[in-house]
Write a protein that binds this ligand. Sequence first.
Ligand code: SF4
Length: 586
Amino acid sequence: MASSSSPRPYTLPPVGGNPSSAAQGTSPGSFAAPPRVGTPWTFSSPDTPGMPAPSAKTAWDFLPAGWTRGEGGFATPPPGFTPVTQLEHARLGLVTPEMRRVAEREPHLTPEQVRDEVAAGRMVIPANRVHLGYRLDPMAIGRASKTKVNANMGASPIASSTDEEVEKLRWAERWGADTVMDLSTGGNLDATRDAIVRASTVPIGTVPIYSMILGRKIEDLDAETVLKSLDHQARQGVDYFTIHAGVLREHLPFVRRRLIGIVSRGGSLLAKWMIHHGRQNLMYEIWDEICQVMRRFDVTFSIGDGLRPGGLADASDEAQLRELATLGELTERAWRHGVQVMVEGPGHVPFDQIEYNMKLQRTLCHGAPFYVLGPLVTDVFPGYDHITSCIGATAAAYHGAAMLCYVTPKEHLGLPKKDDVKQGCVAYKIAAHAADVALGIPGARDRDDELTKARAALNWEKHFELSFDPDLARAYHDEDLDVDTDFCAMCGHDWCSVRISKEIQQFASGKEGDYAWEKPKVTAALTPEQRAILEQRGVLSPAEIHRLASKTKQAMGAAGGEKAACHSDVTDDDDARRLQEERVAP
Ligand code: SF4
């Protein structure tokens, strides 16, 4: 028989920095690479052999004309220069209040590390100076910070209103969206945008071309209209703009080979403009003027991927990758104007191609944060694309993405409603968190460890309190068994391995004394939110849900704080079995 002193018949990878800040290496600990803030590989996953290497350049290699980099590592601008953007402050070695706030929200970083990552172009703080005057709570997007999630919303010409969109914004914030994009193409675009910017605590992004073509044909778009419209939205306080300047004329022939052509709205509109005029992409041509508008308000670029693949068959093709190289060139030009940059990415990508896509962006765009949509790893699950894409998003975040744009169950099918926004946010919080744990971001796993302790102690209240969605967890639990005892309805009393483990803990288990509960807790009546969850599921009858919502614990003998009649300490196995048969729904 193997004993604990026998040699292991297997080999563990070297243990990296443990992502939990509380535990000094659980067994076997985390294999994640320790954080390397300030290197080109910040929180990078290991590279599969053959992957593109990180760029040897950073934003420091693309200083504006007339700037020099001094001995101390920071830059000297021409005389009389006044910094405006976070990037300019960082280049001068200045720590802004926004950088301090980011470090407060992400305590594994110091304000100086935030500054240094911003200066290198690997981190952005999307904070329009106008929006800072409202309710914006500054945050950062970059590999050194936690993975962020964006939620899209916006009225379409078919559905929704300004009030509804503001309500969706609040809902997205409630469910953890780190930024929100207003993609309205209908209703009163100006009023909706203004209302969303004023109401939001998170950065707001837009795709300004949508409002530029309102009331005019795309063919009539000219430089003056573009710059005027960008200036207007920047004055309103929008924090980042998606601009599809990387779709070039010479890329268009490659689109012919695709199964589904161009699926980006901005990309398809600009392709039509180029074909009509026989000219280069207008946004590309006036990129330097656009940069000047962005700089005035510190609006961050989210350089759009107008040629992202719209199906697995089109992934990683010439059109997509040539555009990505152009996005790298546009990044360099924006950095020379002192403007912060992130770059957008695909789309629909088979699982095995995701790492390559992330690593290629890291090379071509010199570490500028990658903001990806999904990617979806299969095309045949409409209605479930929050799941198909969250699988791809987890891999993307592990291999290089800094922000994940959520996909809702309504993707490809219609305008997301409130519950779709929640489903999308939750799916993407899972993807982002799973990646952060795997990447070894310090402290990322702490809450997981706390919940595991509560689960081991069968401490249901703590278990639900630590859950991402406590109402859902509580409602699902009480749907089957409306008392907190030392098992749940999944396995029942006799088969509850956690209960049995508690009984043998003296022998083998390391249970946390802090989470042990001496008395079963009388659970409260269902809250209106929990009641609504059970009503929507439709498993219990209205009378049963009413009983749970008006709650008595008499039936289980748990009223008044005494142990429930089915608790192992107060009943024998036969009684417990009989009680659970009476109480647990078949
Ligand atoms: S009954 Fe099963 S699912 Fe429920 S706590 Fe015990 S082991 Fe876990």
